[in-house]
Design a binder for this molecule. Structure first.
Ligand SMILES: [Zn+2]
Length: 467
């Protein structure tokens, strides 16, 4: 209820529907003719006051931050006030300033306040389990969408106010989830989605891999399976038509598909060039899932914007990434998770278990080498391979591999916003940007695992969590 009032007060445009609902209620009550006149007037005055108060508190919040992570300057400041107005930050000032009338004070003096976190690699509509492949035959699109509601909520409450969804088992379902969050029907992070990932026949995200022949069919570019440059252009244009925010390709084999190779190259240079040229015509960034070095090199040379996983990245691939300014999204959490699950008898089918045991343990070492070498790194976890809401585990893995905590936080804020091409609105706490603000108790720069205990979450100026 508290959250609903805050949501209501955060957006002045919602005052009108609120008034309309109040008037409808009055009409119904009058029609019922059961209310005594005096009590009716008391109720009417109270309703009018509630609407007036809500409109006034649209002025926003004053947040007193004990510690404030300034990701742009790369430093932590003490005692800072952040002022929000509607869904934007209207001021950031040293010291604790008083709240004016209509503003609500949020006391986070014992906390460290950070920009809303961004996970660049999730699968919000999926969560891997031993039933992952078989449930596809029994679940409808609506089942996938409804099951994702708690996934989205958990992700938001873990402090991730924006996510990028890179592939979905059920075609088109993440657009529906994105719309439901945008409309306020469900609580979740701001979603940027690739829709269905693009593969070649039998490639990592071909949705019919491993099925008996009569079910394999020939999915084609609409469902994300392309062969040749014409198909590549058609598949990208189809994603644009559906409303994708980014194009995702699986340019090498992968771990969780029912296919033999986890790292072979799966796109030709010609197909890659056709994808990049078309996507960039529509101003869509392109990211690629890649474990093997040859597949990632072809993608980098063709002009890809970022590489996911990058497991068997070699010296040459790192040099190419630096030359081309290609981002690296490491997903250490997924590597750790599949390596652990590969030891559990029967968790994976054998064809997957072998790949999980080979690929999983390698990613963290690759990340350490890439960081040392100066490759540009942004934060992504592959949540959905492991349970949603545990996204912040990634920080610990990054720090364990040699990245300082502040840089890990920059990877999940400033850098991730640049990868999304949304750094005008997201990624740091400065005047004019969206009011996506999170906080943990204590100092995560001293103990990075505190990132797993999010105490405060605001998205778009609305408070979703304040423990
Ligand atoms: Zn993934």
């Amino acid at each position: 209820m508290q959250k609903m009032q805050e949501q209501f007060s955060a957006d002045p445009e919602q005052v009108l529907p609120g008034l309309f609902r109040a008037l409808m209620k009055i009409k119904l009550l009058l029609r019922a003719e059961v209310m005594k006149k005096s009590r009716f007037w008391q109720w009417l005055v109270a309703t009018a006051l509630l609407v007036a108060t809500s409109a006034a508190s649209a002025a926003g919040y004053v947040i007193h931050a004990g510690r404030f992570v300034d990701v742009e300057a790369g430093e932590v400041r003490e005692q800072v006030s952040i002022v929000t107005d509607g869904n934007r930050i209207s001021d950031v000032r040293p010291g604790f300033i008083a709240a004016r009338s209509g503003q609500q004070l949020l006391d986070l003096r014992g906390h460290t306040v950070l920009p809303g976190l961004i996970d660049l690699h999730v699968h919000i509509a999926d969560e891997f389990s031993p039933k992952y492949h078989s449930e596809y035959f029994f679940m409808e699109q609506a089942d996938y969408a409804l099951r994702a509601i708690p996934f989205a909520e958990r992700t938001l409450l873990a402090g991730f106010t924006s996510v990028r969804n890179l592939g979905e088992k059920e075609h088109g379902v993440t657009y529906a989830i994105r719309r439901a969050v945008e409309a306020g029907h469900i609580d979740g992070p701001r979603i940027f989605t690739a829709g269905a990932g693009l593969a070649t026949t039998g490639g990592h995200s071909d949705p019919t891999n491993g099925l008996r022949h009569e079910y394999m069919g020939d999915p084609g570019p609409e469902l994300g399976v392309l062969n040749g440059a014409d198909d590549a252009r058609k598949a990208v244009r189809q994603r644009y038509k559906e409303g994708a925010d980014v194009i995702k390709l699986t340019v090498t084999g992968g771990v969780l598909s029912l296919a033999k190779s986890g790292d072979n190259p799966q796109f030709t240079a010609g197909e890659l060039t056709a994808v990049m040229e078309t996507a960039h015509d529509y101003n869509l960034p392109v990211t690629v899932h890649a474990h093997g070095a040859e597949g990632m090199k072809r993608a980098i040379r063709a002009g890809v914007d970022s590489i996911e996983h990058g497991t068997f990245m070699d010296d040459e691939a790192r040099q190419l990434m630096k030359e081309h300014g290609t981002w690296y999204i490491p997903t250490l959490s997924a590597g750790k998770w599949v390596a652990k699950k590969a030891e559990e008898p029967g968790y994976f089918p054998e064809i997957i278990r072998v790949k999980a045991a080979a690929v999983g343990p390698q990613i963290q070492e690759t990340f350490a080498a890439a960081y040392k070498d100066g490759v540009k790194i942004a934060f992504g976890t592959d949540a959905g391979v492991f349970p949603h809401g545990q996204n912040a585990m990634e920080f610990g893995y990054m720090v364990e591999a040699g990245m300082p905590p502040l840089e890990a936080i920059q990877a999940a804020t400033l850098n991730a916003a640049q990868v999304l091409r949304r750094d005008q609105d997201l990624g740091s706490l400065v005047t004019g940007k969206l009011a996506d603000i999170v906080a943990v108790r204590g100092d995560p720069l001293k103990d990075i695992d505190l990132m797993n205990h999010m105490a405060f979450v605001m998205k778009d100026g609305v408070v979703y969590k304040n423990d």
